[in-house]
Design a protein around this ligand. Structure first.
Ligand code: PHE
Length: 452
């Protein structure tokens, strides 16, 4: 079923017409509200049913002052009319008129040689020099009011009687996914959908700061970029090459923003981006994948990876300086936070975590961001099991990703849920040189969320 009469009208019309050249005219002809139509256009465009192109029109409108003179008369005519045939003293003339009308009108009336100014008995005195005048200014203002073109708009603009206004709308054609009617997209997650993921190539542990941080809109002063948190490489200290064109876009988004962002407003340094490190998250690889995806014609994708990451932090019973991350991404047009929550529910459910809660969080590269908590009966408490969000436009747009593409993403440690689900209380028993080899020999292959 169609979503709305406006949507129905657009899709039906495009069935036998090449184009809707102007959304506003279309709205009038179809008797629908233009604002409602604009919403429909954005949604249909987002799902590729139509291709909408911005169109802009500029035209003149009256200012408040211009509108006043359009209904009364121009100031110069008002002044002229206030001067009687026998002439008048300035103070008397002033008394008959609005202050602004007098001060503007007398100058134009004198300049037009409609009036003369002399001294009579030592005081300024105005006399008419013509019998009648025509109010050309008022005529032009009325023309503008009627939406007509006028000869010399600049003169009226200079007098702030008219101003420029822009109108925005759309020209519409069929899109790649055009259909005369849209059925709701299938957003329910199926087993097939989940299995249909591409694995990301996570085989490089060494990464540049550029991919690990900068492309992810992580400012260069961010504390995570300090050697207390991140292992930087001594040899080779810097990366050999970076994609130059993209680098410029990344620099710009950090420094001044763009794509409706205001950026961070600092001097972005290439040397900082060049520093090599041991990747702190697999999101560095996600960033590379998204960049690659954005270089071609967009098609929806699902990516996953499970691989090692490194963090320079204190080692204890539950933390190591290296561990594994599971990461997932879905890229498509029109995805929402609701889709992310649905996917996370399905995903964690299959790992054996059925009771979930989402808590607003912060990542430089996602907005909104949510931490994922799962309730564990055996601990009687909520435990954080992952982090997620919708990738920010500040990450996607500099890559060249189409504006209507959203990416939902999440990441979690492999070790933490494994320890909980398998009752391991020291991470060293699970990973690292202290692992009991017997445990490896005697255990079946570890599968998260033992299916019972
Ligand atoms: N990179 C995040 C982390 O290190 C996880 C994450 C991935 C968050 C993708 C949001 C989106 O914890």
């Amino acid at each position: 079923m169609a979503e709305s009469p406006a949507e129905d009208a657009v899709l039906k019309y495009l069935l036998n017409h090449e184009e809707i050249p102007n959304s506003e005219e279309f709205a009038i002809s179809q008797n629908i509200d233009h604002n409602e139509l604009l919403n429909v256009i954005k949604s249909l465009n987002g799902f590729g049913f139509i291709e909408a192109k911005d169109i802009k029109k500029e035209f003149w409108v009256l200012t408040e002052e211009g509108d006043k003179y359009a209904t009364t008369a121009s100031p110069e005519v008002q002044v002229f009319e206030a001067v009687p045939v026998e002439g008048i003293r300035q103070d008397q003339l002033e008394g008959k008129l609005d202050k602004q009308v007098f001060s503007i009108g007398k100058n134009f009336a004198l300049k037009n040689r409609w009036l003369s100014l002399s001294k009579e008995g030592g005081v300024p005195f105005y006399k008419r020099t013509v019998e009648r005048v025509e109010d050309a200014i008022k005529a032009q203002l009325l023309a503008v009011k009627d939406g007509k073109d006028i000869q010399n708009p600049d003169a009226l603009k200079k007098r702030t009687l008219i101003k420029r206004q822009t109108w925005k709308g759309f020209a519409i054609r069929k899109g790649a996914n055009y259909a005369p009617q849209r059925s709701k997209p299938a957003t329910d997650l199926t087993r097939d959908l989940l299995q249909n993921y591409e694995e990301m190539p996570t085989n490089n542990f060494v990464e540049s700061s550029f991919w690990n941080f900068d492309t992810l809109f992580q400012p260069q002063q961010h504390p995570a970029r300090d050697s207390h948190d991140t292992f930087f490489l001594k040899v080779p200290e810097v990366t050999q090459s970076l994609p130059e064109n993209y680098l410029e876009h990344v620099k710009t988004i950090h420094e001044v923003g763009g794509h409706e962002s205001i950026g961070y407003g600092y001097d972005w340094k290439r040397e900082e981006a060049e520093k090599n490190l041991l990747r702190t998250h697999t999101t560095a690889v996600s960033s590379r994948m998204l960049y690659a995806l954005a270089q071609g014609k967009f098609s929806p994708k699902k990516y996953f990876s499970i691989d090692r990451v490194f963090r320079n932090e204190a080692v204890d019973r539950t933390h190591l300086a290296e561990f594994h991350q599971i990461e997932g991404l879905i890229c498509d047009r029109g995805l929402t936070l609701g889709d992310l929550m649905g996917v996370l529910n399905e995903f964690f459910q299959r790992l054996g975590m059925k009771k979930l809660r989402f808590k607003p969080a912060y990542n430089p590269y996602t907005e909104p961001s949510m931490e994922i908590f799962s309730y564990f009966d055996m601990f009687n408490k909520w435990v954080e099991v992952g982090n997620s969000g919708m990738i920010r436009p500040e990450v996607l747009r500099p890559m060249g990703m189409p504006k209507d593409v959203s990416v939902i993403a999440w990441g979690l440690s492999l070790e933490r849920p494994t320890m909980i689900l398998y009752g391991i209380d020291n991470i060293r028993d699970l990973f690292g040189h202290k692992v009991d080899l017997k445990m490896i020999e005697s255990n079946p292959i570890c599968r998260l969320g033992r299916q019972v």
